[in-house]
Design a binder for this molecule. Structure first.
Ligand SMILES: CC(C)(COP(=O)(O)OP(=O)(O)OC[C@H]1O[C@@H](n2cnc3c(N)ncnc32)[C@H](O)[C@@H]1OP(=O)(O)O)[C@@H](O)C(=O)NCCC(=O)NCCS
Ligand SMILES: [Zn+2]
Length: 254
């Protein structure tokens, strides 16, 4: 059981960014802290590299959540029931025990972004700039966003900045890609800013961040946030506690 709980002020968000690396899955080196569902999931990745990366991300997520909920990392239980259709697998994940916090996580290659809030629904996304985003833009942008994008000198970068904000909103409200993205207006801006928008009649706040030359992220919440604290995983997750989370479980079949 974690002894100290990280407490968040009202309308504050902690935003964790890092590259947790890979965890060795060979032989006895496996992850005690994962649930049966997580073990199964790790076994479904296309390659061992992707599986070990996801496991490392999941351990980092569990450790971060442990610090806020007071529940030890390896006993945290997630509820992923969908608020829309009741499916038990694809809903927005919540921790069922300990202090009440909401969280959201996003992966992009080896990078992981996690946001925590004590008093609002929250969503994050993290994406790298990629080429040929035109057809995706036509699916998820409003007419005026499309017009603005066409005039941008670096259209793929402008699109990714817009996309992370829309996906963060979609994850905050729990709808994921089922959210009506092309009805949600964010707009195209020269630099990062905070936007308030509406989804299905409710008001949402979203802000974008840049994490590297080609890496963008965003955080969305129900409440306008006073204070977003940026935290780096590598510094906080000590090698010792990371290693402690890795122990013997049956190897997975890849
Ligand atoms: C949520 C979603 C947008 C994530 O997209 P992605 O680009 O593949 O992945 P990201 O790295 O950005 O985010 C993944 C994280 O989102 C979170 N997540 C999963 N489902 C979510 C949901 N419905 N709402 C919010 N967050 C969700 C999880 O923490 C997940 O991490 P994990 O894969 O380690 O478990 C996408 O998976 C999705 O749309 N899911 C299904 C939603 C759905 O089926 N809705 C139908 C409603 S009936
Ligand atoms: Zn559903």
């Amino acid at each position: 059981m974690a002894t100290e709980i990280n407490r968040l002020q009202d309308r504050a968000i902690d935003l964790w960014f890092g590259r947790p690396g890979h965890v060795s899955l060979d032989g006895s080196q496996y992850v005690l802290s994962l649930s049966t569902n997580e073990v199964r999931r790790a076994g479904r990745f296309r390659s061992e590299a992707l599986a070990t990366q996801w496991v490392a991300h999941r351990i980092a997520l569990r450790q971060i959540l442990s610090a806020y909920t007071g529940v030890s990392a390896d006993t945290i239980e997630f509820d992923t029931t969908c608020g829309l259709c009741g499916d038990s697998q694809h809903g927005k994940p919540r921790v069922v025990q300990g202090a009440n916090v909401s969280f959201s996580a996003a992966h992009c290659g080896g990078a992981l972004l996690v946001a925590i809030s004590a008093d609002s629904e929250i969503g994050v996304d993290l994406e790298a700039v990629r080429p040929d985003t035109g057809s995706l833009a036509r699916q998820i942008c409003t007419e005026s966003e499309l017009t603005r994008l066409e005039g941008e000198p670096d259209v793929d970068r402008a699109f990714i900045r817009l996309w992370v904000q829309k996906e963060a909103l979609a994850k905050a409200c729990g709808l994921g890609l089922a959210a009506p993205m092309s009805d949600v207006h964010i707009g195209v801006s020269p630099g990062p800013r905070t936007v308030t928008t509406r989804i299905s009649g409710s008001s949402w706040w979203v802000r974008e961040y840049q994490f590297g030359p080609f890496l963008y992220g965003a955080v969305a919440s129900t409440l306008p946030t006073r204070d977003v604290r940026m935290l780096t995983m590598e510094r906080a997750l000590s090698r010792r506690s990371f290693r402690h989370a890795v122990t013997a479980l049956p190897p997975i079949i890849l």
